[in-house]
Design a protein around this ligand. Structure first.
Ligand code: SIN
Length: 286
C-alpha cells in the first residue's frame, strides 16, 4: 500500500499502529482527494487521530457522512436532535463504571457491524480517560500456522447480552449513570460471524472476537469455547499489539472496528469527560 498523501500529513505512532493526521480542517467540507488521503491513512494505520479540530455536532455528522453512511447505534439514547450522535458523558461525581470499559469491537453482534467509529473529545479529564486499542490483524498474523488452520473454519457467536441484556452489566448496576442505556431481552439475540474475518479494503485477515460481545464458538462446548477464546484474548491484548491513545480536547479519532478492539480506560473519578461519537456503517464480515 503506497503512502503518498497529496493533502494531509501522517505521522505513525511509535507503538506500531495508529497515526496522527494533520494538515486538514475537518470543520470544512472535504475535497474528494482529502477523503481519499484519509481513507488511505485509515486503511494503513487502523486508528487515526486528528488533533486540534473543534467541531459542532453538524460538522461531526458532515465529516462522518464524507466517509460513509451512519451506522445503527442501539441501546443508548442518542442526543436530542442528533439521532446519530451519542454523547459519552461521565460527571465528576459519577460512580458507575466508565462506559466502554471492556475490550470490544463496536456492535459486533449486528449482522453488518460498523466499519468505523468516530469519537470527538469535548472535555477531557486532566488524568486518566485514555482509550486503548489492540491490533487484531497483527495479532492474527503472529499466530502459528497450526493455530491459523484451527481457527479458519470457526464461527464465533456474538451477542449484546453481557452488557445490555435483561440480566447484563448495565441492567444490574446500582450506581447512577448519566448516559441513558436501554437494556432488555432484545439484546440477547445472537449473530454468528467468522472468527477470522478478511478486511474488505486491505484483504488482511483479522481476529474478530471480543470478551464483551463474543459468547461462544459455534459447535463447541462452553468449556472448549471459553478455553480457546481466553487464550486468544490474552494473545490479542499483548503489549506488542497495543496503542494507548491520550486525549486532548477537540481531538477526533477514527478507529477501524474490522481490525481493532478498543477499551475505554477509567482513572478520572472526580473529573468530567465529554465525548461525541458516531459510527460508519459496515458490511457483513466474511
Ligand atoms: C467506546 O466507544 O467504547 C468508548 C471509548 C472511550 O470513551 O474512550
Amino acid at each position: 500500500m503506497g503512502t503518498a498523501y497529496q493533502q494531509i500529513s501522517v505521522t505513525a505512532q511509535p507503538s506500531g499502529f495508529g497515526a496522527a493526521v494533520t494538515g486538514v480542517e475537518l470543520a470544512q467540507p472535504l475535497s474528494r482527494s482529502q477523503v481519499q488521503d484519509i481513507e488511505q491513512a485509515f486503511a494503513r494505520h487502523k486508528v487515526i487521530c486528528f488533533p486540534d479540530q473543534p467541531l459542532t455536532h453538524d460538522q461531526l455528522e458532515a465529516f462522518t457522512l464524507a466517509l460513509g453512511t451512519f451506522g445503527h447505534d442501539p441501546f443508548i439514547v442518542p442526543m436530542t436532535d442528533h439521532p446519530h450522535i451519542l454523547e459519552l458523558r461521565r460527571e465528576p461525581d459519577e460512580k458507575a463504571r466508565n462506559f466502554g470499559a471492556g475490550w470490544h469491537s463496536d456492535w459486533s453482534f449486528q449482522e453488518q457491524p460498523p466499519a468505523a467509529t468516530i469519537l470527538h473529545s469535548k472535555i477531557v479529564p486532566p488524568v486518566g480517560g485514555d482509550t486503548i486499542y489492540a491490533d487484531t490483524q497483527r495479532a492474527y498474523a503472529e499466530l502459528s500456522n497450526v493455530m491459523k488452520a484451527v481457527l479458519a473454519p470457526l464461527r464465533a457467536i456474538h451477542s449484546a447480552a453481557l452488557p445490555y441484556g435483561s440480566k447484563g452489566v448495565f441492567a444490574s448496576e446500582t450506581e447512577a449513570r448519566t448516559m441513558k442505556i436501554i437494556t432488555g431481552v432484545a439484546a440477547e439475540k445472537t449473530h454468528v460471524h467468522p472468527l477470522v474475518r478478511t478486511h474488505p479494503v486491505t484483504d488482511e485477515k483479522c481476529l474478530f472476537i471480543s470478551p464483551t460481545y463474543t459468547v461462544g464458538i459455534q459447535g463447541m462446548t462452553n468449556g472448549e469455547s471459553q478455553a480457546l477464546l481466553s487464550y486468544l484474548y490474552q494473545h490479542m491484548t499483548r503489549d506488542t499489539f497495543i496503542y494507548r491513545h491520550k486525549w486532548q480536547s477537540n481531538m477526533l479519532i477514527m478507529w477501524d472496528n474490522r481490525c481493532t478492539l478498543h477499551y475505554a480506560d477509567g482513572g478520572y473519578d472526580g473529573h468530567l469527560r465529554v465525548m461525541h461519537r458516531t459510527t460508519i456503517a459496515g458490511t457483513m464480515p466474511v
